[in-house]
Design a protein around this ligand. Sequence first.
Ligand SMILES: [Zn+2]
Length: 232
Amino acid sequence: MVLFAHPDDAEFMCGGSAARWTREGCEVHYVVLTDGSAGSNEPGDSREAMRPVREREQRAAADVLGVASVTFLGELDGLLAVSPETRRKVCREVRRLRPEVIVAPDPSRIWHGDGYINHSDHKAAGELALTAIMPDAPTRVMFQELEGEGLEPYEVPNLYLSVSEPDVFIDIGDTIETKLKALACHASQLSIEEVEPWIRERAKLVAEMSGEQMTYAEGFKAFRFVDDPIEE
Ligand SMILES: [Zn+2]
């Protein structure tokens, strides 16, 4: 289960890994927290106009990667908050999908270098992943009303956070082209010609960080919460 704030975040964060996992037979499910409705700064554009565009682009990108399902939780882009309501929504998806792994952004990332402030929605998305893992999804009395929907508590075994200094590396040498193809679906947000060079550069850098024989990689900080690890 990939949990993220905006249509296109997942492709940046883990598009190559998602493509590889689906190729290898894993089911990958996307849960998109916001509606992407703040994705245009053009005078005259509205949230109402953007919403369907973002959803269409996200579904197209997911299709390219072989993602099994895309669920939109419909929060307002730019105003994502960690609240009892959003926690309940995420908890519902976790208990429904019962994922082996949640992939999510790093909630502790406030800025990077001296030229980048992380979007507050990204931090909230990361925090919502953490609150789902502990305490919401496994604790029966948290959102007990979900039992009425047939959703039993669930302990998430693994978390992959997308961090700047990863400790787990996924070789995306065979899937970086697919990642780029998926990113290109977000035409309202980016020009693939502009984005491609730094996507390759970042993936190359992460591959070097791995110390292994990889051309391109995506990296995560991996948490394992169970004693009985899933098969590699
Ligand atoms: Zn974003």
